[in-house]
Design a protein around this ligand. Structure first.
Ligand SMILES: [Fe+2]
Ligand SMILES: [Fe+2]
Length: 270
């Protein structure tokens, strides 16, 4: 059997929302990946005075997206959808969520807002613009837009919640799950986590990082580390907490010198 093609004969496991901090839940989906591994397709919900969805999942998982979203927030109560960037694995249910949640507005970077309008037909009246470093306050709770150190669109923004110190990193910190699905990266063997993180960043997110000035790139990662994050939520990784936060930052800082061997597609596709 090919190592590359996932085994589609068995059903994809279902991961229910994971509480990563007070009022903060990761909405998860899984897709089969190389060599029998899994890739997370995550989004997040922050409940509270004005509930926020962070990203809107992938269209291929629309049923579970709405099931999980509405298990956490009533459709009329959702007020905001913070869109990290327009890639389809982050915006796949955006239009449908706006249709089903009449009081929700999109929070987007200024640059991305034009594409959200042009390609998805979202009117500017249903958007609020928030850019890198800017803070958005809900009932005294500070949420800050912060671009992650690595990204596949320059419009990408992450979101830092000063109340819980959870950072939603969009695509950054992506890593596959090399076996049975897990909730947290600490459940993955450290060498497999490091290898998978390097491979994912180089194959799917930021091969340009090999060209980066080492000191400048490390300084950018340390700027993020200075926030004092309690947890990191990546769109494509199990959640990261506790000691794993520092380890994840160090793996990211070393990324320019962690160029993986190229995948042997001839062998993988057999
Ligand atoms: Fe992306
Ligand atoms: Fe993504």
């Amino acid at each position: 059997m090919s190592h590359f093609m996932p085994d589609l004969s068995s059903p994809t496991p279902r991961q229910k929302p994971l509480e990563v901090a007070r009022d903060t839940y990761v909405i998860r989906a899984l897709t089969p990946s190389v060599g029998g591994s899994w890739t997370n397709l995550n989004a997040m919900v922050i409940r509270g005075a004005e509930p926020i969805a962070v990203d809107a999942g992938m269209g291929t998982h629309r049923d579970s997206w709405f099931e999980d979203l509405f298990s956490l927030v009533d459709p009329e109560e959702l007020r905001w959808i913070f869109l990290t960037h327009l890639d389809c694995d982050h915006s796949g249910n955006l239009v449908e969520t706006l249709e089903r949640c009449p009081n929700a507005r999109v929070i987007s970077s200024r640059g991305e807002s034009f594409r959200v309008n042009a390609s998805m037909g979202v009117p500017f009246e249903r958007m609020r613009l928030l850019d890198d470093g800017e803070v958005f306050e809900i009932a005294g709770r500070k949420l800050q837009s912060l671009r992650p150190p690595v990204y596949d669109s320059p419009y990408t923004r992450g979101l830092f919640d000063h109340a819980t110190r959870v950072y939603y990193a969009s695509d950054a910190f992506c890593a596959p799950i090399p076996g049975d699905p897990v909730d947290w990266v600490e459940e993955i063997a450290p060498d497999l986590w490091a290898e998978g993180m390097a491979r994912f960043h180089y194959s799917s997110l930021c091969p340009w990082v090999a060209l980066a000035d080492r000191a400048l790139f490390r300084a950018e990662v340390e700027r993020l580390g200075a926030l004092g994050m309690e947890a990191i939520v990546s769109g494509h990784s199990p959640a990261i907490r506790g000691a794993s936060v520092g380890q994840a930052l160090e793996l990211l800082a070393r990324l320019p010198d962690a160029v993986p061997a190229p995948l042997d597609f001839a062998e993988l596709t057999g």
